[in-house]
Design a protein around this ligand. Structure first.
Ligand code: SF4
Ligand code: SF4
Length: 90
């Protein structure tokens, strides 16, 4: 059976993320990773949220010092072509 997604999912604004990792340490399901950033990869990183594993707890959005994570209704995310494949039922 396909996993039921929560009502909201954490949407990251990659342009704002500094890679500080505050969100990584609070995520209870460990679905946030850090990646090398597109510029200055040695010193700047970026976080990445594995959306199918997100449980919508909002903790990451609460702790981000730069307000770059927003909780967005899952229905809205599923309709966005950018996330359709990632959120397709499996
Ligand atoms: S909302 Fe919760 S589960 Fe989802 S990425 Fe943020 S901390 Fe992790
Ligand atoms: S807490 Fe915010 S700035 Fe820090 S890594 Fe997470 S999303 Fe990026």
């Amino acid at each position: 059976m396909a996993k039921k997604l929560p009502k909201t999912l954490a949407l990251l604004d990659e342009d704002m993320c500094t890679g500080c990792e505050a969100c990584v340490s609070v995520c209870p399901v460990d679905c946030i990773d850090t990646l090398p950033g597109p510029d200055f990869a040695q010193v700047m990183q970026l976080c990445s949220i594995d959306l199918p594993r997100c449980i919508g707890c909002t903790l990451c959005a609460q702790v981000c010092p730069w307000d770059c994570i927003t909780m967005v209704p899952t229905d809205q995310m599923i309709r966005d072509p950018k996330f359709q494949e990632e959120l397709a039922p499996r």
